[in-house]
Design a protein. Structure first.
Length: 90
């Protein structure tokens, strides 16, 4: 991964600093974490750019990261419903 990619993810560089493929995937990640869903337009664009299989792998990885990020007194990232407290870990 290039340092520029990390800078875009961190919000230090604009999205257009990435290749079109990487920018498309970054938008997917942002929507997934911010909105807990990926819009139809973003899904269609990403699926066309990188393929449905790769997009599903990326989505699974993102969800798994969200599960791992769930710690004591933190909120879980759950793309199926609003964020909930991880009571099992408190």
């Amino acid at each position: 991964m290039k340092l520029e990619t990390l800078d875009v993810i961190a919000g230090l560089l604009p999205l257009d600093a990435l290749s079109k493929d990487d920018a498309c995937l970054e938008v997917c990640g942002r929507e997934s974490f911010r909105d807990r869903r990926i819009s139809d337009a973003t899904y269609a664009a990403a699926s066309q750019r990188v393929g449905t299989c790769y997009l599903m792998e990326l989505t699974a990885l993102t969800v798994y990261y969200g599960i791992l990020a769930c710690g004591p007194r933190r909120q879980a990232l759950n793309s199926l419903r609003p964020a909930v407290t991880c009571k099992a870990l408190v």
